[in-house]
Design a protein around this ligand. Structure first.
Ligand code: ZN
Length: 147
């Protein structure tokens, strides 16, 4: 499924020569519309490459550029960040999982990533509740089943 382009001013051109070797999984704590609002706002200072929810995939930052999502500069340089529509009392829908699995499979093929070890939760990078209600192992296993 083609991603809808939603521009964000919150990114750094290029990756300082760093290769992509991780996908970082996040939850929005809201809907995809909330991510659109936050990532379009230059004052928020945050972004991600992709957001998934409510039947759509939005791309905010080109994969060749560094999005501001991980809370750790080196991890921003080396990773692609994907946001999921969910909150603490609402898990992602099956459609959101399915779209995430397809997107992650494409990214794993493109960069030669192992889904079991190179798709990581935001909480792997810094101390955070993110990705909350997202079942990251379901995403890893779904991607493994495709590859
Ligand atoms: Zn996060």
């Amino acid at each position: 499924m083609a991603a809808v382009q939603v521009s964000s001013p919150n990114f750094t051109e290029g990756r300082e020569g760093t290769a992509v070797d991780r996908i970082v999984i996040h939850y929005i704590v809201g809907t995809l519309a909330a991510a659109d609002t936050t990532f379009s706002d230059p004052n928020s200072g945050v972004s991600a490459h992709y957001g998934i929810g409510e039947g759509e995939i939005h791309q905010f930052v080109d994969e060749a550029n560094t999005a501001w999502h991980a809370g750790d500069w080196n991890f921003n340089l080396r990773s692609i960040g994907i946001e999921h529509s969910a909150d603490p009392s609402r898990a992602p829908t099956q459609d959101t999982y399915n779209k995430s699995i397809d997107l992650c499979a494409t990214i794993c093929r493109t960069y030669g990533l192992d889904p079991q070890s190179q798709i990581v939760p935001h909480s792997f990078v810094v101390s955070t509740d993110c990705p909350g209600t997202v079942d990251i192992q379901a995403i890893r296993d779904g991607v493994s089943a495709i590859l």
